[in-house]
Write a protein that binds this ligand. Structure first.
Ligand code: ATP
Ligand code: LTN
Length: 336
C-alpha cells in the first residue's frame, strides 16, 4: 500500500528489443490491468538485471530507452504511472545487498532461471546471475507492492520474494508488504515460431523464431509463413499439435477472442491461410503501436522529462522503505 492505495510493480529487463511473447505475456496485461483498477502502478526498466549477461554499453543504453518508449507506445501512461529506470534509483542495489544477508545459498541454488541461464552462458556464471532474484525481491519490496503481474516463469522468483519478506518481517516486525502474483487474463505463454516446444525468447539466436515488436509488416508476415507446424494438415487445438496451438494462442491473445471462436473462424482453412490470418491480426495490433513508438522517438525533450520526473518519484517511495529497513537493521543514522 502507498498513500492508501493498493500498489503494483512489474518490469522487464532491458536486453534487446522485446518480443510478441513479452508483449502478450506481460506488457499487454499491464495495460489491461491499468484500465480496470485504481492501483498505484510502478513499471521498471530493469537495466541492473540486464548486466547479469554481458552487454555492449551502447546496446544497453539503446535497449533501455527503446523499452521505455515501447511501454508508453503500448499504452502505459507515464503521467499516471511511475515508469522508471532501475539504475536511476540506487535504493534497489542498496536494499538488494541487505536482503542478500537474509537469503540462503540453498534457496538461490534451486532457482530454475539461474540454472537455465548458467547453462546458456557457461563462460560467464557471475554472482550477479546467482543473486538475481534478490535484486528482484528488492525491486518489489521497496514499493510495498501488493500485486506483481508476471508470467508463470517468474513465479519462483516471486515465491522467494515472499519468503525473504516474511523472514525479514519475522525478525523486525511489519516492514514489507507481502506481494501476491497477479496472473493476467491473457497470461498466454507464447512459443517459438521455429520450435513450438520452446518459449519465444528475445535472446533466441534464430530471428525467425521470434516476432520483435518493431518488426515491419512484411517481416511479420514472412516469419508467420515460415512458422513450424506439423504434417497432419488439419487445424485442432491440442498439445499434440504445439505449432498450431501456438498460432491459435497468439491469435486469441491479440484479438481477445476465445479458442472456440478462433477455431470457428479457421474452420476449413489450410495451414497457409491460418498463418495469414494470425499474421494479419498481429500486424493490426503492432502497426499502431509502432506508429506511436516512432512519434515518441522524435520527442527527446518529452521523454527526458518523463525519465527525470519518474526517477524522482520512484526514488521518493523507494527511499522511504529503505530508510525504514536501515533503521530496523541497526545502521547508524547520519546526524543532521
Ligand atoms: P531473455 O531471452 O533475455 O531471457 P525473455 O524474452 O525470456 O528474455 P524476460 O525478460 O525473461 O523475457 O521476461 C519479461 C516478461 O515477459 C516476463 O514477465 C515474462 O514472464 C514474459 N515472457 C517472456 N517470454 C514470454 C513468452 N514466450 N510468453 C509469454 N510471456 C513471456
Ligand atoms: N525477472 C523479471 C524482470 C524483473 C521483474 C522485477 C519483474 C526484474 N525485476 C520485479 C517483476 C517485478 C523478468 O521478467 N525476467
Amino acid at each position: 500500500m502507498i498513500d492508501g492505495k493498493k500498489t503494483m510493480l512489474s518490469g522487464m529487463q532491458s536486453t534487446g528489443i522485446i518480443t510478441l511473447g513479452n508483449y502478450l505475456g506481460a506488457l499487454k496485461n499491464w495495460v489491461n490491468l491499468n484500465e480496470e483498477e485504481d492501483i498505484k502502478c510502478f513499471y521498471g526498466i530493469m537495466d541492473l538485471h540486464s548486466i547479469t549477461v554481458r552487454q555492449e554499453p551502447a546496446n544497453l543504453r539503446k535497449s533501455a530507452r527503446t523499452l521505455l518508449l515501447l511501454y508508453i507506445a503500448a499504452g502505459l501512461d507515464p503521467e499516471k504511472n511511475c515508469i522508471f529506470f532501475q539504475s536511476h534509483v540506487p535504493a534497489h542495489p542498496q536494499l538488494a545487498w541487505i536482503l542478500n544477508c537474509y537469503t540462503y545459498m540453498g534457496e538461490m541454488n534451486r532457482m530454475t532461471q539461474f540454472k537455465d541461464k548458467a547453462a546458456k552462458h557457461a563462460d560467464n556464471i557471475n554472482t550477479g546471475l546467482f543473486t538475481y532474484p534478490v535484486l528482484m525481491a528488492a525491486d518489489i519490496l521497496l514499493y510495498q507492492a501488493d500485486y506483481v503481474p508476471v508470467g508463470k516463469d517468474q513465479m519462483q522468483h516471486l515465491e522467494i520474494t515472499r519468503d525473504i519478506a516474511n523472514r525479514f518481517n519475522g525478525i523486525y516486525g511489519d516492514v514489507f508488504t507481502i506481494p501476491e502474483a497477479y496472473i493476467g487474463k491473457s497470461g498466454a505463454r507464447i512459443m517459438s515460431l521455429q520450435d513450438p516446444t520452446k518459449k519465444m525468447s528475445k535472446s533466441d539466436e534464430n530471428p525467425n523464431a521470434t516476432i520483435s515488436l518493431l518488426d515491419d509488416k512484411d517481416t511479420i508476415m514472412r516469419k508467420f509463413k515460415k512458422a513450424v507446424t506439423d504434417s497432419d494438415g488439419f487445424i485442432a487445438y491440442s498439445d499434440d499439435k504445439p505449432g498450431i496451438k501456438n498460432l491459435i494462442d497468439i491469435y486469441c491473445a491479440v484479438t481477445s477472442k476465445s479458442v472456440d471462436e478462433a477455431l470457428k473462424e479457421s474452420d476449413g482453412m489450410g495451414y497457409g491461410q491460418l498463418k495469414e490470418m494470425v499474421g494479419e491480426a498481429v500486424v493490426a495490433e503492432l502497426v499502431p503501436l509502432q506508429e506511436r513508438f516512432e512519434a515518441l522517438s522524435k520527442d527527446k525533450e518529452y521523454i527526458d522529462k518523463i525519465i527525470k520526473e519518474n526517477a524522482e518519484q520512484a526514488s521518493y517511495y523507494a527511499n522511504k522503505t529503505l530508510r525504514k529497513v536501515m533503521k530496523k537493521v541497526g545502521f547508524t543514522e547520519l546526524p543532521r
